[in-house]
Design a protein around this ligand. Structure first.
Ligand SMILES: [Zn+2]
Length: 153
């Protein structure tokens, strides 16, 4: 029997296990609420109570009119591809099985843009304004992370 201590660290069985994907680490309560609301399988954005402008990333004041008042409104989940890059290198070991993957910025019908991933999309189908729709990827047993896929029809 070989003691694991005799094996170089990167060769040990414990080092070969794929760690779970990291979860978002919200910095404040309004960001925490954004992620908490995703867990029902829908996406919600803050909407200004004064001028009706949607906001994302979560924040305490409207970027347009400065009002602190808002409500959470469910997103249509519909949008278009605003920008993307194909990632060939896993900067965290949990993503090694996913490369190459599409890191994308989606513009939602509500007017906000969101950094996300585009899943199950042929790379030769990628083009600006590609219609996309919301889906969720479950990571770390039960956390729902919003992703997007090409819209059908
Ligand atoms: Zn406003």
């Amino acid at each position: 029997m070989t003691d694991e201590k005799d094996i170089p660290p990167k060769m040990r069985a414990s080092a070969q296990q794929v760690p779970p994907k990291p979860l978002p680490r919200p910095q404040d309560p309004v960001e925490q609420e954004f992620w908490d609301r995703c867990q029902d399988g829908n996406l919600y954005f803050q909407r200004c109570s004064e001028c009706d402008t949607f906001r994302h990333l979560p924040r305490y004041m409207c970027a347009k009119c400065g009002s602190p008042e808002f409500s959470w409104e469910q997103s249509s989940g519909m949008g278009t591809l605003f920008s993307w890059t194909i990632t060939h290198q896993a900067l965290h070991p949990a993503f090694a099985g996913d490369i190459p993957f599409i890191a994308a910025v989606v513009e939602l019908d509500e007017g906000v843009r969101m950094a996300t991933r585009l899943v199950d999309c042929d790379h030769d189908k990628l083009e600006l304004d590609l219609p996309v729709e919301l889906d969720f990827e479950t990571i770390s047993t039960d956390f729902r992370l919003p992703v997007f896929r090409q819209r059908k029809g």
